[in-house]
Design a binder for this molecule. Sequence first.
Ligand code: HEC
Ligand code: HEC
Length: 276
Amino acid sequence: MNRRAALIAASLLIATGPIPLAAAADPTKAWPFKVPDETSIPAGAMGEAIALGRKVVTQTQTYAKAYVGNGLNCSSCHLTGGTVAWAAPFVGLWGVFPEYRSRSASVNALQTRINDCFQRSMNGQALPNDSPEMLGVLSYVWWLSQGVPTGMDVDGRGFRKITAPATPDKAKGKTIYAEKCASCHGAEGGGINNPDGSYLFPALWGPRSFNIGAGMARLNTAAAFVKANMPLGQGGTLSDQEAFDVAAFFTTQPRPDLAGKEDDWRQGGKPKDARY
Ligand code: HEC
Ligand code: HEC
C-alpha cells in the first residue's frame, strides 16, 4: 500500500472505527437480500420520482405507454416490482452498474440496461435518458438499493441457475404447457386480457410478448425463471428437466423479431442458448 492509501485507510479507521467483518465488502460473497422499508422513501421530489418509477415498472402499459410495443409490464418478469429474489430483482442494482456486458461488448450504464429491456423484453423504444420515466426508474432502483455496498451482488440477483439436461424435450414441454401453464397464459400463448385490454395473464409468445432478442427468449434464462417462479405461486414444483422442457417449447414459438440483432456478441462470448 502506498503512503497516500495508507493515510486514507488510517483516517477512515479513526473516523468510523474498524469496519465490522460482516459488513466488509467481499466481492466473492453476495450481500443479503432485503427490500427497504416503505417508510424510508423520502418526502418531496425524490419521493415523487421513486413513486413514478415504481408505477413505470408495475404499470408500464399506462405510465410508459409510448415506449412499449407489446402487452407486458416490467413486473411480468421482474415480479412484484423487482422485489423478489431470483426473479431478476432491482434490489442492489444501483451499485453494480456501470457493468461490462458481452452482448453489447461495452460497458453499460444502468440506463442502457433499462433501455435494453424496453427494446427487447417490451419490444418497444428506448426512453430518453433525461425523461421523467427514466429518472423515475433510476430513483426507484436507487431506493431499492439502499445499504448494498457498491460493486456487490445481492443474494438473489438474476435467476438461480439450474442444470441443463442433455436434451430438453420440446414435445414433453408442449404437454407440460397444456397441463400447467395454458390455464393462465392461454392455449395459444397469447395470455388472457381484461376487458380494458390490460393483461390478467401475460403472453408467452406471439405479437404481444417479448421479442427474439430478449433474455427470456434464451432457453437457460427462461428455464431458470420458470423453475423458480412458475406456475405462479408454485415456484420450485417443476423438476429442472420439466422447466427446461417447457422453456424449450415456449421460447421457440413465433415472436417479434429484433432489428440489429446481428450486432449482439460481436466480440465473442455468445452463450450456447442464444437464439441467433
Ligand atoms: C419478458 C421478461 C422481461 C420483461 C418484461 C422485462 N425484463 Fe428486464 N430482464 C429480463 C431478463 C431475462 C433479464 C436478465 C436477467 C439475468 O439474466 O440475470 C433482465 C434484466 C434487467 C435488468 C438488469 C438486472 C441485473 O441483475 O443486471 C434491468 C435493470 C431490467 N431488466 C429492467 C427492466 C425494466 C425497467 C423493464 C420494463 C421496462 C423490464 N426489465 C422488463 C426480463 C424482462
Ligand atoms: C395461475 C396463473 C399462472 C400459471 C398457471 C402460470 N403462470 Fe406464468 N405468469 C403468471 C402471471 C400473472 C405472470 C406475470 C406476473 C405478474 O404480472 O405479477 C406470469 C409470468 C410468466 C412469464 C414472464 C412474462 C411473460 O409473459 O413472458 C413466463 C415466461 C411465464 N409466466 C411462464 C409460465 C410457465 C412456463 C408456466 C407453466 C409451467 C406458467 N407460467 C404458469 C401467471 C401464471
